[in-house]
Write a protein that binds this ligand. Structure first.
Ligand SMILES: [Zn+2]
Length: 147
Protein backbone atom coordinates (compact mmCIF):
# COMPACT_ATOMS: atom_id res chain seq x y z
CA UNK A 1 0.00 0.00 0.00
CA UNK A 2 1.56 3.26 -1.17
CA UNK A 3 1.28 6.44 0.83
CA UNK A 4 -1.14 8.74 -1.09
CA UNK A 5 0.84 11.82 0.04
CA UNK A 6 4.46 11.01 -0.65
CA UNK A 7 4.25 7.69 -2.48
CA UNK A 8 6.34 5.83 0.03
CA UNK A 9 6.02 2.05 -0.46
CA UNK A 10 5.21 1.03 3.06
CA UNK A 11 2.62 2.10 5.59
CA UNK A 12 2.05 1.20 9.14
CA UNK A 13 -1.41 0.10 10.26
CA UNK A 14 -2.10 1.85 13.53
CA UNK A 15 -5.71 0.83 14.01
CA UNK A 16 -7.98 -1.76 12.47
CA UNK A 17 -11.62 -2.35 13.09
CA UNK A 18 -14.57 -4.06 11.51
CA UNK A 19 -17.70 -2.12 10.71
CA UNK A 20 -20.68 -3.16 8.63
CA UNK A 21 -18.82 -5.81 6.69
CA UNK A 22 -15.96 -3.43 5.99
CA UNK A 23 -12.50 -3.54 7.44
CA UNK A 24 -11.42 -0.06 8.37
CA UNK A 25 -7.70 0.52 8.68
CA UNK A 26 -6.08 3.63 10.01
CA UNK A 27 -2.64 3.93 8.47
CA UNK A 28 0.38 6.07 9.05
CA UNK A 29 3.22 6.70 6.64
CA UNK A 30 6.59 6.10 8.29
CA UNK A 31 8.23 8.58 5.93
CA UNK A 32 6.04 11.70 5.91
CA UNK A 33 4.05 10.88 9.05
CA UNK A 34 0.68 11.60 7.46
CA UNK A 35 -2.31 9.49 8.46
CA UNK A 36 -5.11 8.17 6.30
CA UNK A 37 -7.86 5.56 6.35
CA UNK A 38 -8.48 2.67 4.02
CA UNK A 39 -11.52 0.45 3.74
CA UNK A 40 -11.46 -3.12 2.68
CA UNK A 41 -14.67 -4.79 1.61
CA UNK A 42 -14.83 -8.51 1.87
CA UNK A 43 -16.59 -9.70 -1.23
CA UNK A 44 -18.75 -12.63 -0.39
CA UNK A 45 -21.81 -12.92 -2.58
CA UNK A 46 -25.00 -13.51 -0.66
CA UNK A 47 -26.27 -16.92 -1.49
CA UNK A 48 -30.01 -17.23 -1.85
CA UNK A 49 -31.79 -20.52 -1.57
CA UNK A 50 -34.71 -20.81 -3.96
CA UNK A 51 -37.41 -22.86 -2.31
CA UNK A 52 -39.65 -25.40 -3.96
CA UNK A 53 -42.72 -23.23 -3.59
CA UNK A 54 -40.93 -20.33 -5.33
CA UNK A 55 -39.92 -18.18 -2.36
CA UNK A 56 -36.34 -17.72 -1.30
CA UNK A 57 -34.29 -17.24 1.82
CA UNK A 58 -30.62 -16.56 2.58
CA UNK A 59 -28.48 -19.68 2.71
CA UNK A 60 -28.42 -20.85 6.30
CA UNK A 61 -25.48 -23.08 7.04
CA UNK A 62 -26.70 -24.13 10.47
CA UNK A 63 -30.08 -25.11 9.06
CA UNK A 64 -28.46 -27.40 6.50
CA UNK A 65 -26.21 -28.89 9.18
CA UNK A 66 -29.23 -29.53 11.40
CA UNK A 67 -31.03 -31.25 8.54
CA UNK A 68 -28.11 -33.57 7.85
CA UNK A 69 -27.58 -34.20 11.57
CA UNK A 70 -31.14 -35.38 12.03
CA UNK A 71 -30.69 -37.81 9.13
CA UNK A 72 -27.51 -39.05 10.79
CA UNK A 73 -29.12 -39.70 14.16
CA UNK A 74 -27.76 -42.83 15.85
CA UNK A 75 -25.35 -43.39 12.98
CA UNK A 76 -21.59 -43.31 13.39
CA UNK A 77 -21.08 -39.97 11.70
CA UNK A 78 -19.13 -37.28 13.47
CA UNK A 79 -20.26 -33.64 13.54
CA UNK A 80 -16.97 -32.87 11.76
CA UNK A 81 -18.01 -35.08 8.86
CA UNK A 82 -21.32 -33.24 8.59
CA UNK A 83 -19.52 -29.88 8.77
CA UNK A 84 -17.22 -31.17 6.06
CA UNK A 85 -20.13 -31.96 3.77
CA UNK A 86 -21.55 -28.47 4.20
CA UNK A 87 -18.10 -26.87 3.82
CA UNK A 88 -17.63 -28.71 0.55
CA UNK A 89 -20.96 -27.55 -0.83
CA UNK A 90 -20.51 -23.98 0.37
CA UNK A 91 -16.98 -23.72 -1.01
CA UNK A 92 -17.99 -25.02 -4.38
CA UNK A 93 -20.88 -22.56 -4.66
CA UNK A 94 -18.63 -19.70 -3.57
CA UNK A 95 -15.90 -20.65 -6.02
CA UNK A 96 -18.47 -20.59 -8.77
CA UNK A 97 -19.53 -17.13 -7.51
CA UNK A 98 -23.08 -18.36 -7.32
CA UNK A 99 -25.74 -16.13 -5.85
CA UNK A 100 -28.60 -18.62 -6.07
CA UNK A 101 -29.09 -22.28 -5.43
CA UNK A 102 -32.29 -24.31 -5.37
CA UNK A 103 -33.23 -26.49 -2.42
CA UNK A 104 -33.22 -29.49 -4.73
CA UNK A 105 -29.64 -28.78 -5.86
CA UNK A 106 -28.57 -28.42 -2.22
CA UNK A 107 -30.37 -31.64 -1.38
CA UNK A 108 -28.78 -33.50 -4.28
CA UNK A 109 -25.35 -32.29 -3.20
CA UNK A 110 -25.93 -33.57 0.32
CA UNK A 111 -27.20 -36.89 -1.02
CA UNK A 112 -24.16 -37.33 -3.24
CA UNK A 113 -21.92 -36.81 -0.23
CA UNK A 114 -23.98 -39.03 2.10
CA UNK A 115 -24.06 -41.84 -0.42
CA UNK A 116 -20.35 -42.44 0.13
CA UNK A 117 -20.59 -42.04 3.90
CA UNK A 118 -23.68 -43.78 5.20
CA UNK A 119 -26.54 -45.31 3.26
CA UNK A 120 -29.02 -45.22 6.12
CA UNK A 121 -28.44 -41.49 6.54
CA UNK A 122 -28.71 -41.15 2.78
CA UNK A 123 -32.16 -42.75 2.64
CA UNK A 124 -33.34 -40.79 5.68
CA UNK A 125 -32.21 -37.51 4.22
CA UNK A 126 -33.74 -38.37 0.86
CA UNK A 127 -37.06 -39.22 2.52
CA UNK A 128 -37.18 -35.82 4.19
CA UNK A 129 -36.03 -33.61 1.41
CA UNK A 130 -37.68 -35.35 -1.49
CA UNK A 131 -40.97 -35.26 0.45
CA UNK A 132 -41.77 -38.88 -0.06
CA UNK A 133 -45.49 -39.16 0.07
CA UNK A 134 -45.77 -42.38 -1.79
CA UNK A 135 -44.08 -45.69 -1.43
CA UNK A 136 -43.06 -45.80 -5.09
CA UNK A 137 -40.59 -42.94 -4.93
CA UNK A 138 -39.08 -44.43 -1.80
CA UNK A 139 -38.63 -47.79 -3.50
CA UNK A 140 -37.12 -46.06 -6.53
CA UNK A 141 -34.43 -44.53 -4.32
CA UNK A 142 -33.65 -47.92 -2.79
CA UNK A 143 -33.41 -49.43 -6.28
CA UNK A 144 -31.06 -46.69 -7.40
CA UNK A 145 -28.89 -47.45 -4.40
CA UNK A 146 -28.67 -51.11 -5.28
CA UNK A 147 -27.28 -50.39 -8.73
ZN1 LIG B 1 4.02 9.46 3.13
Amino acid sequence: MKCPFCGYEKTKVIDSRQSEGKKRRRRECPQCGKRYTTYEVVEKPTLLVIKKGGGFEPFDRSKLIAGIMSACKKRVISPETVEGIVDGIENRLQNEMRTEVTTSELGDNVLTALKDIDLVAYVRFASVYKDFNDLDSFIRIIRELNK
